[in-house]
Ligand binder design. Structure first.
Ligand SMILES: Cc1cc2nc3c(=O)[nH]c(=O)nc-3n(C[C@H](O)[C@H](O)[C@H](O)COP(=O)(O)OP(=O)(O)OC[C@H]3O[C@@H](n4cnc5c(N)ncnc54)[C@H](O)[C@@H]3O)c2cc1C
Length: 306
């Protein structure tokens, strides 16, 4: 069951086409359909469909609703045109691309705009790559944290994920187009500037030190017609679990046992990003398979699923 008009979650509309070819998703969904799985789209559990009814009508319900509540930036000037959450930008772009090759105009265009992407993670990189493909006029990417070192720090030994400086496709493409890496490190956004008619004019920033303390007299003003906010994701949406009175952890994720994926509500399971926070596709697929195995075990008394 999916709240949108497609199956595949973020793999379909979230992750841009240049990173993930959608025919791969469609092929996989078709194989599952042929195996007998029924997909229902435009069914928003908690809005168009009652979660309690769903639970009483089925023997098991697995929640895999993702962690889609984005961190916002509520500084002066936030309200008004030109400032968008990254997912509004990326989702509309992919949908319009798939529906009409961007002919329907149902997307936020970066064409001929001075674009600032706030947030230096993977979603920010996808905003850079998409803005470049629209034909933006300039591109800057703010990151609050300092530039990572070229090699591992003493506090980041193997086998931890190496926190080192990396160049992803959006950075390399931006450098190829405009001559330099778009990233600006240790930058804190303070105010969105607006023209008298309300349109976006720019962003005022200050620099911060390694302790994220503001550096005196470091104020800068950046021109911007379009700002994309990609500062991470907080938690899953809560309208579904609240009506089920299901427990969430202090970060707002659904609590489910990591061995058997059971939540605090009988017959209800949770897996992937809604349980662990926004993560990676491979981990979501892995948890989905593990949860299927555990649900099979609960329903049948034993399981042969891997
Ligand atoms: C821009 C972006 C780029 C990314 N790039 C990568 C990458 O390159 N590599 C990588 O490994 N990971 C990447 N990720 C992360 C990856 O997409 C997620 O970790 C993964 O998709 C999580 O899968 P999921 O099934 O838990 O949730 P999602 O993919 O978020 O799917 C949730 C599904 O639940 C449905 N849903 C939600 N609420 C309801 C409801 N109430 N009723 C019915 N249906 C509902 C949604 O419609 C959706 O279909 C990226 C994420 C983003 C945002």
């Amino acid at each position: 069951m999916s709240a949108t008009d497609s199956v595949g979650g973020l793999l379909m509309y979230g992750i841009p086409n240049m990173k993930l070819e959608k025919s791969l998703i469609e092929r996989r969904v078709q194989i599952m359909r042929e195996e007998g799985i029924e997909f229902l789209v435009n069914q928003d559990v908690g809005k168009t469909l009652s979660p309690t009814e769903l639970v009483s009508n089925f023997d098991a319900v697995l929640l895999a609703t993702g962690a889609t509540v984005a961190r916002d930036l509520n500084i002066p000037g936030r309200d008004g045109p030109g400032v968008h959450l990254a997912m509004a930008f990326l989702t509309a772009n992919t949908k319009s691309l798939l529906d009409s090759n961007l002919k329907d105009g149902n997307y936020i265009s970066a064409k001929d705009k001075h674009v600032i992407v706030i947030g230096g993670g993977d979603t920010g990189t996808d905003c850079l790559g998409t803005s470049l493909r629209h034909g933006c006029k300039s591109l800057v990417n703010f990151e609050l944290l300092p530039q990572p070192p070229q090699t591992r720090g003493a506090d980041n030994p193997w086998p931890l994920w190496p926190k080192i400086f990396r160049v992803d496709y959006g950075h390399a493409e931006s450098e190829a187009r405009f001559g330099d890496d778009p990233r600006q490190y240790s930058v804190l956004s303070k105010t969105f500037l607006r023209h008298p008619d309300g349109t976006l004019k720019g962003v005022v920033t200050v620099d911060v030190d390694h302790n994220l303390q503001e550096v005196p007299d470091s104020e800068r003003t950046w021109e911007a017609d379009l700002v994309l906010l990609s500062m991470g994701f907080l938690q899953p949406e809560h309208y579904l679990n609240e009506s089920l009175a299901m427990d969430v952890d202090p970060r707002g994720n659904f609590i489910a046992d990591k061995e058997n994926f059971r939540t605090s509500v009988a017959k209800v399971y949770a897996a992937a990003d809604c349980r662990r926070g926004q993560d990676l596709v491979v981990r979501a697929i892995n948890e989905g398979r593990e949860a299927a195995r555990e649900i099979d075990r609960d329903l049948m008394g034993s399981t042969e699923l891997p």
